[in-house]
Design a protein around this ligand. Structure first.
Ligand code: ZN
Length: 420
């Protein structure tokens, strides 16, 4: 059900505060169904100065009638790489906002390419982005191979193979490397530190083998000191993983977020004890489960079924243990709605769980220092209004009738062409 146009016009007019006027406008969004993480209840949201406040709707003259619309926290993409340079930047921001995705984790980017467009993010009218910069890996590790491939395809203007290190990735083979490179890492002001673990149980075997170029990561023995250093600098650590052993190394070293659920190259079975610890320490795990779709065409039906069976088993294990699962796609040609669509096909999660994973739990994983993801007094006044009940039909998440970010209604246009 669309909101009343007259009310929106009044809202926009109310935002025009005259020069010298400091008083924050107060607006009541009334006649909504408000999501509390479990269910919807009739209510109003009163907003002042970009925040939800504890006040009655009757205390303000500015009203927006939501017409019984369903109010939820904004969506979020915990893991992607499609922002952070000039390529399709405006279009991709518009796509995210159109889909109601206000928060994005860019879990690797080249800071020199990000600098010219940095001002286009983290404003009330744009998406809020957490940038990792180049991830920490070992000699020959992921993502060096893919970075060099993309360089050859012209994706990194101004760069050469020699200038990629430090920007596209950072090679850390030992404690001395870490000591020497750390000042340069922090000088580029990453929002978080991303580390690469791939088949860490085979680290010694793969280390000097060119066959594994791009299919290996850090020495697991270095991870605790990296985490210690990052935490000392006030930076959280996000770990790329692929196997159950990588998951173990990450949890054991005290990382803050696990950036994949693993099991994309071969079926892997998470250790229930590691999963229990991840739940106890509130370490969110970014699903990126739809990455399996890339395997479907290349694998036999049986091999794909084995990968997916292990994936479902791991998701069930984490769900049962109370691990915070958050939606991230790691799919640069798409957004987290692609991941949510995939997760729905697995029939593991209720619509309320999916909403939490895609909104409140995801934004908290990316921006734990901010008050995001709850429609409560003290939280940022950012929310979506849906024209139908997403608990009854999840497709309602595509029927967004109003987007409010930091107290301001966003104007969006439908994407003109599908660039991804
Ligand atoms: Zn990624």
């Amino acid at each position: 059900m669309p909101i009343r146009k007259v009310a929106v016009a009044a809202l926009l007019a109310a935002c025009a505060i005259g020069p010298g006027e400091q008083r924050a406008e107060r607006t009541a969004y009334v006649n909504g169904q408000i999501f509390d993480g479990e269910r919807f209840a009739p209510g109003a949201i009163v907003v002042e100065g970009g925040r939800i406040i504890d006040a009655a709707a009757s205390t303000t003259a500015q009203r927006v009638d939501l017409g019984g619309g369903y109010v939820i926290p904004p969506f979020c993409e915990a893991h992607n790489h499609n922002l952070g340079d000039e390529n399709q930047n405006t279009e991709t921001i518009a796509q995210y906002l159109y889909e109601g995705i206000f928060y994005v984790g860019i879990l690797s980017n080249l800071p020199a390419l990000t600098d010219p467009v940095r001002h286009t993010y983290n404003t009330p009218a744009s998406v809020d982005v957490t940038f990792a910069n180049g991830p920490l890996t070992a000699t020959g590790g992921h993502p060096i191979r893919i970075r060099e491939l993309f360089l050859d395809r012209g994706f990194y203007p101004g760069f050469t193979r020699e200038t990629l290190p430090g920007q596209g990735y950072v090679v850390i083979d030992n404690e001395a490397d870490l000591e020497r490179q750390w000042p340069a890492i922090t000088a580029l002001r990453p929002d978080i530190i991303k580390i690469i673990l791939i088949s860490s149980e085979e680290f010694a075997r793969r280390r000097d083998d060119r066959e594994f170029f791009g299919a290996k990561g850090l020495d697991p023995a270095l991870v605790p000191s990296i985490v210690e250093r990052a935490h000392g600098a006030g930076l959280r650590v996000f770990a790329h993983i692929d196997t159950a052993h990588d998951f173990h190394v990450a949890v054991d070293a005290g990382v803050d977020v696990i950036a994949h659920m693993g099991g994309f190259n071969a079926p892997t079975h998470l250790d229930p004890e590691d999963v229990r610890i991840a739940a106890e320490r509130h370490i969110p795990v970014i699903t990126t489960a739809a990455l399996l779709e890339r395997r479907r065409e290349r694998l036999s039906v049986d091999a794909f079924a084995a990968l997916q069976a292990a994936q479902i088993e791991n998701l069930r294990l984490m769900q049962g243990a109370g691990v915070t699962l958050v939606v991230g796609s790691d799919e640069p040609r798409a957004t987290s709605s692609f991941e949510t669509d995939y997760l729905r096909t697995l029939n593991l999660f209720s619509n309320a769980e999916l909403l939490r994973m895609w909104s409140m739990d995801c934004s908290a994983a990316l921006f734990p220092e901010r008050r995001l993801g709850h429609l409560l007094p003290g939280y940022e006044a950012s929310f979506l209004v849906l024209g139908a009940d997403p608990l009854a039909d999840f497709e309602a998440t595509e029927n967004i009738t109003l987007r409010v970010k930091q107290g301001r209604a966003l104007e969006v246009t439908p994407p003109r062409d599908e660039h991804h």
